[in-house]
Design a protein around this ligand. Structure first.
Ligand SMILES: Nc1ncnc2c1ncn2[C@@H]1O[C@H](COP(=O)(O)OP(=O)(O)OP(=O)(O)O)[C@@H](O)[C@H]1O
Ligand SMILES: [Mg+2]
Length: 209
């Protein structure tokens, strides 16, 4: 029996963690075994990426290409050692960010030139071509300024990829992914509303499938 693989994606502060906690409670209440995980993962490559994002590792800071390759390598390790084995055991795996994040963020890091960002998007799709496809990707769409306000309220240090101009490009890149990955099942949800309203849409999207 194979489980179900669900991914939450969207700009920083869109409410992924909030929605994953709400969904987990519902699915566990229905008797499912739920495993929540995130990317960058807790495996060694993921841990190194997080140190770069938090400015803890300052030697050899990767540019967008090396960063995209690190994320892709972390993703394959995460697939091999955690995601795929749990799906094989019939668990529901919920992942906080997956390859749509790589597509959106690393292509946005490429710079402001739209044609170059789009070429980057295509290359990042290729290097993630072996990653297990989610059964559903839920993209929480939110204006980056609103997301920044939510993050400020939450507190904590600003990370490497959180600058507002970059977040604006990231949001625009997310919107292009369905055209690039036509076989990925996805739903885009308006995340500007209350957690309860967003949660209701999440459940409706899952129950519709
Ligand atoms: N629908 C909502 N309306 C208002 N505030 C929200 C909503 N959802 C989450 N928040 C708050 O916004 C902040 C960011 O939410 P959360 O941490 O869930 O986002 P995230 O997408 O996981 O962010 P990150 O990518 O930075 O981890 C939190 O303080 C959370 O309580
Ligand atoms: Mg989060």
């Amino acid at each position: 029996m194979s489980g179900r693989f669900l991914v939450f994606d969207g700009v920083d502060g869109a409410g992924k963690g909030t929605q994953i906690a709400l969904l987990r409670a519902v699915l566990e209440g229905r008797g499912h075994v739920v495993h929540v995980t995130c990317e960058p993962s807790d495996w060694p490559i993921g841990a190194m990426i997080r140190r770069y994002l938090r400015h803890e590792l300052t030697e050899g800071v990767p540019g967008w290409q090396a960063m995209a390759l690190l994320f892709a390598a972390d993703r394959m390790q995460h697939n091999e050692h955690e995601i795929v084995p749990r799906l094989s055991r019939g668990e529901i795996v919920i992942c906080d960010r997956y390859d749509w994040s790589s597509l959106a963020y690393q292509s946005a890091m490429r710079g402001e030139d739209v044609a170059e960002m789009d070429r980057a998007l295509e290359w990042i799709a290729v290097i993630n071509g072996q990653a297990r496809r989610p059964d559903l990707t839920l993209v929480l769409d939110l204006d980056p300024e609103l997301a920044a306000a939510r993050r400020a309220a939450r507190g904590g240090e600003e990370e490497l990829l959180e600058r507002l101009d970059l977040q604006r490009r990231v949001r625009a890149q997310y919107a292009k992914i369905p055209g690039l990955r036509p076989h990925d099942r996805h739903v885009t949800i308006d995340a500007s509303r209350s957690p309860e309203e967003v949660h209701a849409d999440v459940l409706a999207a899952l129950d519709a499938r």
